[in-house]
Design a protein around this ligand. Structure first.
Ligand code: C2E
Ligand code: CA
Ligand code: CA
Ligand code: CA
Length: 278
């Protein structure tokens, strides 16, 4: 991992913003935190809406800062993107998440593991090689790894990203369109990118049962995704009403606080026990 981190150090000023808002945090803290193992994945369950069976987990980055406590990814992911640290951060996340998935597999829990991808990575020709190295290292079939990509982000970074997504798909990785409904070019992307999964943004999920507009959008999006033969995931499932509506609409997977919050890997077995008992 150290070697991978070294090779991903930003060269020159390629990724540097004009003026760095927090140079010390950027250059020193976050980079050191990644290398020092302070950035780690929490895992949130993705369960079958009809049966309740655990089908996968999404790895969500957490920075456990020795003084500041837990830092939210909404704060440090943009920072990592600005500082040119998103590559090592993602590789470190993938390395840990895949390692964990391999352990679960060896214990008979054959769940998929999803990792969030910054669009900046898709521009990096080396990325394919790196991710293949990691699945190899953990002896994890690429079919068990899902890459979640925010829909608005792919539009912004056309360049090589479409080609990279196609190559990743050919290697067997699942491709998930994240935060569906919040971008502006969704349909176009669905037609061009070989996605395997569509994740409906939580703004259309939570509360859809008592708001007609949300409900119509949710149902139409699910209907379209089903016709495209995509796995459908609803995020932000917070109440039983949300859950029942998804069952009625035939959504494949659900994710949200009602089912389980993001948790460290060691808590998953306990969560599973409680989940089975419900
Ligand atoms: P996301 O990929 O859309 O992840 C879902 C977010 O919704 C997570 O926030 C999760 O904790 C939260 N969430 C889950 N269930 C519920 C619910 O029922 N209600 C509500 N209100 N929220 C729920 P989190 O972990 O703070 O992550 C925020 C964002 O940071 C993620 O959004 C993702 O875009 C980004 N992110 C996290 N980890 C990584 C990473 O390793 N790499 C990259 N590039 N981005 C990451
Ligand atoms: Ca995601
Ligand atoms: Ca999302
Ligand atoms: Ca989001």
């Amino acid at each position: 991992l150290r070697a991978a981190l070294e090779s991903f150090r930003p060269h020159g000023t390629e990724h540097q913003p004009d003026h760095d808002p927090q140079p010390s945090m950027c250059e020193h803290d976050l980079g050191a935190a990644i290398e020092g193992g302070q950035v780690l994945p929490y895992f949130q369950p993705k369960v079958d809406v009809q049966t309740g069976i655990l089908k996968g987990v999404e790895a969500l980055a957490r920075w456990i800062h020795p003084e500041r406590g837990m830092v939210s990814p909404d704060r440090f992911i943009p920072l990592a993107e600005q500082c040119g640290l998103i590559h090592p951060l993602t590789l470190a996340m993938m390395d840990q998440a895949m390692g964990q998935a391999a352990i679960w597999h060896s214990r008979g829990l054959a769940i998929k593991v999803a990792v969030n991808l910054s669009p900046l990575l898709l521009e990096k020709p080396d990325f394919l090689h790196r991710i293949l190295e990691l699945v190899d290292k953990h002896a994890l079939p690429a079919e068990h790894v899902v890459l979640e990509i925010t829909e608005s982000s792919v539009v912004a970074h056309k360049g090589n990203s479409l080609g990279m997504l196609a190559r990743l798909r050919l290697k067997g990785f699942g491709l998930s369109i994240d935060d569906y409904g919040t971008g502006f070019s969704s349909m176009q992307q669905l037609a061009r990118i070989p996605f395997t999964e569509l994740k409906i943004d939580r703004s259309f999920v939570h509360g859809a049962h008592d708001r007609k507009n949300l409900r119509v959008i949710l149902q139409s999006a699910l209907d379209m995704a089903q016709r495209l033969e995509l796995v459908t995931v609803a995020e932000g499932v917070e109440t039983m009403e949300d859950w029942r509506l998804l069952q009625d609409f035939g959504c494949s997977l659900g994710q949200g606080y009602l089912i389980g919050k993001p948790m460290p890997a060691h808590e998953l077995p306990l969560w599973l026990k409680g989940h089975h008992r419900r």
